[in-house]
Ligand binder design. Structure first.
Ligand code: FAD
Ligand code: NAI
Length: 463
């Protein structure tokens, strides 16, 4: 027996590393098992951070090529150095993952390097070395969902992992799935010069978001040159020396057709990752989608074993995993950690960005809730005009009877940075009028939030 701990967390992603640090802060002796060569999980290594680095770089490239001229700035011979762009992305990732390692040292969290396996309550082995612990947290995250008939080689047929590493801009990129990954990475390669076609099974994009926002999103991305094949499914993709041939079929049935691509990005969702954990042997229950089943306090059916993050139910978002990590560590320390699942924001980091919190109009209609809508377009916002980016709007949904804020949806410049005041308002149970009566700096994009809140009561000033 090598060592014993109060808590062993398996997985060093945003859920696991945050849980480990918070538990250590609260006085526990903590270890975190991570098999990747670096800490930070999917998010820091092959997810949020590298994708945002490439989104930023490609946005700069696109602006230099297409937007600067309108400001009276003429650039000639703007060229892409993709190698350098990829090297910068790698540096951004490296700085972030080293940051987590530093935080582990600072908080005295032991990193057990290797693959963790649960040998029973209170027992974890890491590459065969056994450890004892009072509690175990499963934070093993998720992996890309496979599609029958589409064999990923991470070169021509890629998941997001290969899609972040391409060493040349594809002539034609076909994206399977019009969700978060497809639209973010599709935007990256579109801005760098690829023709991009998104094949989406449903008749709309980003299915978890507000329908009106999704429609506007589609229009704006189409204006940027992205092509959409909605209501269409991919039944096969075959790679050869000349590229990839996809077979498409209407989702509701009909004749098949072929589509040629240089690279195919498979992004139809992610699934819980539990391989090699020994869940079945340890008796830990999973649901029909392979996610670890927990109660409201992250406890599995086996005493002393808990789970958080992408490996359990709920949105697969880094900040949701982090909140769960903190809440669970605090509960294990006898405190009252809690996550409000009604106020978890979601942001698609395209240009414009799409940001949302709370209920969509479709959800409110389905629940029979009477609601008011307040909307304000960025075309009427002075700051957006000054920036030269006026696509989109702020939409606020409030309870018809009480005016309580129920949902907020923004498509527009820096929407993800504009949204948080509405997340705060929702968290504090504010009304649309509360938001409308807050003094917002002028000229700022957030004035569109104030105006949308005023519009919910039919008294917007600037439209
Ligand atoms: P993960 O981050 O997946 O971490 C799990 C870790 O556990 C991994 O490092 C894995 O190696 C390790 N592990 C698994 N099994 C074992 C084992 N048996 N032993 C030891 N280690 C093990 N979310 C956002 O909120 N914002 C974004 O902008 C965003 N962008 C994304 C972009 C992409 C391309 C992708 C793929 C995802 C993105 N996400 C984003 C989602 C986000 O990455 C996940 O929600 C988040 O990483 C989940 O955190 P987690 O800790 O649950 O799991
Ligand atoms: P997603 O769930 O966002 O989108 C998948 C899309 O694929 C959906 O629109 C779905 O209808 C469609 N689809 C499913 N099966 C299909 C098929 N056979 N053919 C065509 N379309 C099909 O999943 P995605 O984009 O893979 O991302 C996974 C998760 O990672 C996201 O849900 C999100 O939780 C997280 N993520 C978050 C980001 C952010 O916060 N900015 C960025 C990237 C990922």
């Amino acid at each position: 027996m090598s060592d014993s701990f109060d808590l062993i967390v398996i997985g060093g992603g945003p859920g696991g590393y945050v849980c480990a640090i918070r538990a250590a802060q609260l006085g526990m002796k903590v270890a975190c098992v991570e098999k990747r060569a670096t800490l930070g999980g999917t998010c820091l290594n092959i997810g949020c951070i590298p994708s945002k680095a490439l989104l930023q770089s490609s946005e700069n490239f696109h602006a230099a090529q297409h937007d600067f001229a309108a400001h009276g700035i003429t650039l000639e011979g703007v060229k892409l150095d993709l190698r350098k762009m990829q090297a910068r992305k790698a540096e951004v990732v490296s700085a972030n993952v080293k940051g987590v390692e530093f935080l582990f040292k600072k908080n005295k969290v032991t990193w057990l390097k290797g693959a963790g396996r649960i040998d029973g309550p209170g027992k974890v082995s890491v590459d065969g070395v056994a450890y004892e612990t009072k509690n175990i947290v499963i934070a093993t995250g998720s992996e890309s969902m496979p599609l029958p008939g589409v064999e990923v080689d991470e070169k021509r047929i890629v998941t997001s992992t290969g899609g972040l590493e391409l060493d040349a801009v594809p002539g034609h990129l076909v994206v399977i799935g019009g969700g978060y990954i497809g639209l973010e990475l599709g935007s990256v390669w579109r801005r760098l010069g690829a023709n991009v076609t998104v094949v989406e099974f449903l008749d709309r994009l980003v299915p978890t978001m507000d329908g009106e926002v999704a429609k506007q999103f589609e229009r704006v991305l189409a204006k940027q040159g992205m092509k959409f094949r909605l209501g269409t499914k991919v039944t096969a993709a075959k790679a050869d020396a000349n590229g990839v041939t996809l077979t498409l079929e209407p989702a509701k049935g009909g004749p098949a057709e072929e589509l040629k691509a240089d690279v195919v990005l498979l992004s139809i969702g992610r699934r819980a990752y539990t391989a090699g954990l020994g869940l079945a042997e340890a008796g830990v229950a999973t649901d029909e989608r392979g996610r670890v089943k927990t109660d409201a306090h992250y406890a599995t059916n086996v005493p002393g074993i808990y789970a958080i993050g992408d490996v359990i139910a709920g949105p697969m978002l880094a900040h949701k995993a982090e909140e769960e990590g903190v809440a669970l560590a605090e509960r294990l320390a006898g405190q009252a950690g809690h996550v409000n699942y009604d106020a978890i924001p979601g942001v698609v980091y395209t240009w414009p960005e799409v940001a949302a919190v709370g209920k969509t109009e479709e959800e409110l209609k389905a629940a029979g809730v009477a609601y008011a809508v307040g909307k304000f377009p960025f075309t009427a916002n002075g700051r957006a005009r000054a920036m030269g980016y006026t696509d989109g709007f702020v939409k606020i949904l409030s309870d018809k009877a009480t005016d309580r804020l129920l949902g907020a949806h923004i498509i527009g410049p820096d929407a993800g940075t504009v949204l948080p005041e509405l997340v705060t308002a929702l968290e504090f149970g504010a009304s649309a009028e509360d938001v409308a009566r807050i003094c917002h700096a002028h000229p700022s994009l957030s004035e569109a939030v104030k105006e949308a809140a005023m519009a919910a009561d039919g008294r917007a000033i600037h439209i």
